[in-house]
Design a protein around this ligand. Structure first.
Ligand code: NAD
Ligand code: WQD
Length: 339
């Protein structure tokens, strides 16, 4: 029985990954400071898996607490590090918050990995490191472009920290570069919990359909794409969670000899904003109130993953369709508005 520490395990992607790990028989310890989630997520996870994971409320920015934590939990076979601040706009307004949280937390974790001989780490990276791609689909050999936000920069810096550290220590790392995670667990007991006005497309769509937002703004229809709106690779969060289990297996079975590996985690298919809107209307039967507005500064035109490496090396492939993802997002939205 292997034990995995999941930082940020009560967050959106973390909670789904905890479920996937428990379903595969892993023992899970979650740490989270609840800065972007609520403790009720722990109940949701437990309802689904019938097995409460161990939970410690802890802020990874507090080095002394991190040190104490690793003294208390001596047997950890691997770490999945989700905990981070992730709002692109907020990172532009408050870069130091992002550099402190996203960089310090990783450094403290790596120091404890060294102190306690923990050699397996999975890191949440992002397709944002690619910027505007030169060609599509984009594979892992594509150049890293200058970051367009402090948030994006923290992902690039963290990848560099990991690459440098893995080179000279026993730590092996897999960085998973997520594309656009959407949707929720089929039970609708866990899902995305956006704080305030959602910045991401799908939560904005579901909140508009639920009557919480008056109207969706489609940011631009004059891009050089077939229908003029931007293209992204929307991946179901449950598929994404399963990629973490595959990555854990790869590290624990010591299948990688490259020390630091990166994998794209997407579906391999690009969909435009208008295609997402239409698919949502089809799958829910609800008419969405939307208008075309100006482009959003900083948006890339189109990005979707070449997933060959993850398919072949990790033995992982996204299975769920865009419509399934949107249906699950809608079910979740309706469920959280019930009480
Ligand atoms: P999330 O905000 O839902 O989850 C992150 C969790 O970490 C939250 O529960 C938060 O309370 C916790 N946390 C933050 N700082 C912490 C700290 N200092 N100590 C302890 N806990 C802390 O975000 P998510 O969407 O689940 O993203 C998870 C990871 O994946 C992040 O690293 C994010 O940057 C990355 N990522 C997300 C997306 C996306 O679109 N959601 C895309 C690419 C990469
Ligand atoms: C998707 C598309 C918008 C909202 C962001 C981060 C990225 C990564 C994933 C973490 C774009 C359009 C959106 C709306 C719209 N996160 N849109 N109306 O921008 O691809 O990526 O999340 O690493 O770093 O930047 O995702 O969901 O914000 O936007 O038209 O109200 O939907 O213009 O084309 P994005 P998104």
């Amino acid at each position: 029985m292997k034990t995995i520490l999941v930082t940020g395990g009560l967050g959106y992607i973390g909670s789904h990954t905890v479920v996937a790990l428990q379903e595969e028989g892993y023992e899970v310890i979650i740490v989270d400071n609840l800065s972007n989630t609520t403790i009720e997520v722990l109940e949701g996870i437990t309802e689904i898996t019938k097995k409460p994971p161990v939970f410690e409320r802890m802020d990874l920015r507090v080095k002394s607490d991190v040190v104490q934590f690793f003294k208390k939990y001596s047997v950890i076979d691997g770490i999945i590090h989700f905990a981070a601040s992730k709002a692109v706009g907020e990172s532009v307004e408050n870069p130091l918050l992002y550099y402190e949280n996203n960089i310090h937390s990783l450094v403290y974790l790596l120091q404890e990995c060294r102190a306690h001989n923990i050699s397996n780490l999975i890191f949440s990276s992002s397709c944002t490191v690619y910027g505007e791609p030169d060609s599509l689909p984009i594979d892992e050999t594509a150049p890293i472009k200058e970051a367009t936000s402090p948030y994006g920069n923290t992902k690039q810096i963290n990848e560099e920290i990991l690459r440098d550290t893995c080179r000279v220590t026993d730590i092996n790392t897999i960085a998973l570069r997520y594309f656009n995670p959407i949707g929720a667990h089929e039970s609708a007991r866990i899902g995305e919990l956006p704080v305030g006005v959602p910045q991401n497309l799908v939560p904005f769509i579901t909140q508009t359909a639920a009557g919480i937002r008056e109207e969706l703004s489609v940011f631009g229809d004059d891009y050089d794409t077939p229908d003029g709106s931007c293209i992204r690779d929307y991946i179901h969060v449950v598929d994404l969670a399963k990629a973490h289990v595959k990555a854990v297996e790869r590290l624990i079975n010591a299948e990688n000899d490259t020390k630091f590996e990166v994998f794209n985690v997407g579906t391999g298919t690009g969909n435009s904003v208008l295609e997402v809107v239409n698919a949502f209307e089809e799958v829910t039967g609800k008419k969405l109130n939307y208008k075309i507005t100006a482009r959003r500064p900083g948006d890339v035109v189109a990005v979707y993953a070449d997933t060959k490496k993850a398919n072949e090396v990790l033995g992982w492939k996204a299975k769920k369709s865009l419509k399934e993802s949107l249906a699950s997002a809608w079910k979740w939205e309706q469920n959280i508005r019930k009480d």
